[in-house]
Every structure is written in structure tokens, then in C-alpha cells.
Design a protein. Structure first.
Length: 187
């Protein structure tokens, strides 16, 4: 008997005000493709699901092909397993730093490991406390900059096959994925 893996798909560029990008429609695509226990998490393109398939690149490609066919848009889809997210948290990339009104902690997920080392985008308003194969952790000083400013610089360095989530969102996703398999209210 194969055990299903818990995954999260981070979809890039989801605008919940677009009728084709609403959570119910996003979940429907996952369900049509045969994924199990499909749940959306907040309305910014985070879809949790389970599958006994382990080829993440194939899962991403299947979903990316489905977006224009079923909903009429394209979206870079980056999938991580629950174990990858818990490993990231265990590394303590922010060295115990926490959110405040002046600080935003974010993780940029890269679809692929860069072929070669890329210099990290630098800015006066943020620091990059940790970089891993497919994640960049950034601490943004909100008194002098904003998250979109960082995202623009990161996209210039890495291209568009990336997406950024707040550290709090990542932690909340892990908590949901680790919870018992009970039906959740779709948000």
C-alpha cells in the first residue's frame, strides 16, 4: 500500500478577484486531475493536496498545462512536500527573528535550483539571512521598503519561475498539513 504525500502548490500571480482564479475553481482543477484531500489556504494561490505520485516536476507540469486548458490563464506552479517545509523551518533561517510592524519575513520559492550561483539582489531595506537550493529567506525592513520592491529585484535575478510567501503563511500551511485529515472549511 502506497502512502500519499502531503503537498502544497504555490501558484504564482493568483488574483482572487479574477473569477477564474477563485479558490473553488483552483481546487476543482486539482480534483479533476485526481488529487486527494484538496484544500485551499487563504486566497492567494496556496493549494494543499495529497498524492501517491512522487515526481514533483511531473506534477508541476501537469498543473501548469491544466491552467490554460481549464481556467484560461497561466501560472508558474511550485510544489513542496510537507517534509521539505518542515526541514526549512528546522534550519531556523531567520535566526529567531519575528514579525513586527517594522519587519516582514518572507520566503521566495524557486522552481528550480539555479544552474550556477547567482548574486543575491541587494537593497538598503532588506537582508538575506539564508539561501538554500530552492529557497531565499529575506527580512524586509518595512520602515524603508516594501515586499513588492524586494520581489521585483528577485525576479530580475532569478526570472519568473519563483513565488514569494510570508514566513507566517508558510508556518500556518505546515500546521494545516500536519493536522488530522479532517475536512476543512474552504476559505
Amino acid at each position: 500500500m502506497t502512502t500519499a504525500t502531503k503537498y502544497i502548490a504555490f501558484l504564482r500571480g493568483i488574483a482572487p478577484m479574477n473569477p477564474a482564479m477563485q479558490n473553488a475553481k483552483l481546487r476543482g482543477v486539482f480534483e479533476d486531475l485526481g488529487f486527494e484531500h484538496v484544500q485551499s489556504f487563504i486566497s492567494s494561490g496556496n493549494i494543499m493536496f495529497e498524492s501517491d505520485r512522487t515526481d514533483v516536476a511531473a506534477l508541476e507540469a501537469e498543473l501548469e498545462a491544466a491552467w490554460p486548458e481549464q481556467l484560461g490563464f497561466t501560472s508558474t506552479t511550485i510544489i513542496r512536500g510537507l517534509n521539505e517545509l518542515t526541514d526549512l523551518v528546522a534550519k531556523d533561517p531567520f535566526n529567531g527573528a519575528v514579525y513586527s510592524q517594522k519587519t516582514s519575513l518572507n520566503v521566495t520559492f524557486l522552481k528550480h535550483k539555479p544552474a550556477e550561483a547567482i548574486a543575491q539582489p541587494t537593497g538598503q531595506f532588506y537582508t538575506v539571512p539564508a539561501v538554500y537550493d530552492r529557497e531565499i529567506c529575506v527580512n524586509i525592513d518595512l520602515t524603508t521598503g516594501k515586499t513588492p520592491d524586494y520581489m521585483i529585484k528577485t525576479e530580475r535575478a532569478y526570472g519568473k519561475q519563483i513565488t514569494t510567501r510570508s514566513w507566517n503563511t508558510v508556518l500556518r500551511i505546515i500546521k494545516k498539513l500536519e493536522s488530522e485529515r479532517t475536512p476543512l472549511f474552504h476559505i
